[in-house]
Design a protein around this ligand. Structure first.
Ligand SMILES: Nc1ncnc2c1ncn2[C@@H]1O[C@H](COP(=O)(O)OP(=O)(O)OP(=O)(O)O)[C@@H](O)[C@H]1O
Ligand SMILES: [Mg+2]
Length: 262
């Protein structure tokens, strides 16, 4: 049922872009009458409804802008299947205190042990807590920086990459990085040092980063900055991806991809 006053209220809601409250007005008014709410309680309900909608919307926007490759949660991570990771450490990281302090996180370990899963889950948590996040693979990051250098826009690109409170760099070590790439990566890490948090994953132990970056001196300088305020999580074990196959006896225990029938 519409009444002139309801039409007027709906029009005000549209003009003020109160998109959640507008269509709910008849219900909210009816509930207020039934529960005999005070003016202040009614107003609080209306404003809380719209505030929740706005928060959901900006959270969804942050998640979209972060460009996660998929969405996985901490709840969906089976800690029993990954005993090398202490759940307490992950729970502490999920508070995002490290982001507030401009600290870093390194997930190291072989393929399929949950490094990207946990990075995405922590990234999503950061978005939920209102933080700006960006997710990139190391390969995409180096390509972007190289392109920016070529186009004389490196400064602009570095500035953009210092804006997110949390920058997630996935898969360091799978693709070799040339001297220019290493140099650009160093510049980025140096810009964010003690200012913006970096969470990165690598299949290579830190001792091998000299080879990953093709230069032990640059790798040393990168690690020096990254590790100054860092939590390092060493993940071990067999690939979760091949677990089902292993269970079915299709792969030998401890086999790595390529060794057995896939
Ligand atoms: N402990 C776990 N509980 C639930 N799912 C897991 C667990 N570990 C891994 N997975 C799942 O296994 C798959 C592989 O994990 P993920 O992509 O995180 O591996 P990774 O360590 O990043 O490997 P890579 O180095 O090859 O990129 C994903 O689908 C992930 O959700
Ligand atoms: Mg991964």
């Amino acid at each position: 049922m519409t009444t002139p006053i309801l039409d007027q209220l709906t029009a005000h809601c549209q003009a003020l872009r109160l998109h959640r409250v507008g269509p709910l007005l008849p219900t909210l008014l009816e509930q207020a009458a039934q529960q005999e709410l005070s003016y202040s309680d009614f107003l609080a309900t209306v404003l809380a409804t719209e505030a929740a909608a706005k928060q959901e919307k900006s959270q969804a926007m942050r998640i979209q802008m972060a460009r996660f490759p998929f969405q996985k949660s901490l709840d969906g991570f089976d800690f029993k299947a990954q005993p090398s990771i202490d759940p307490k450490v992950i729970r502490e990281l999920a508070t995002m205190r490290f982001v507030a302090h401009g600290g870093n996180v390194l997930f190291l370990g072989p393929p399929g042990v949950g490094k990207t899963h946990l990075s995405v889950a922590l990234g999503l948590e950061a978005c939920r807590q209102g933080l700006r996040v960006m997710f990139m693979t190391a390969a995409a990051l180096i390509t972007t920086l190289g392109k920016a250098l070529h186009e004389n826009r490196l400064e602009e690109r570095l500035k953009l990459l210092t804006q997110p409170k949390l920058l997630i760099i996935d898969e360091i070590g799978y693709i070799p990085i040339d001297r220019q790439g290493a140099n650009l990566f160093f510049q980025l890490v140096s810009r964010r040092y003690e200012r913006g948090a970096i969470l990165l994953t690598s299949n290579q132990s830190l001792g091998q980063w000299g080879e990953v970056f093709g230069d032990p001196v640059i790798a040393g300088a990168i690690l020096d900055r990254l590790l100054h305020h860092a939590t390092t999580v060493n993940t071990k074990g067999d690939s979760f991806r091949l677990r089902e196959k292993r269970k079915a006896g299709l792969l030998k225990l401890n086999s790595t991809p390529g060794e057995g029938p896939a």
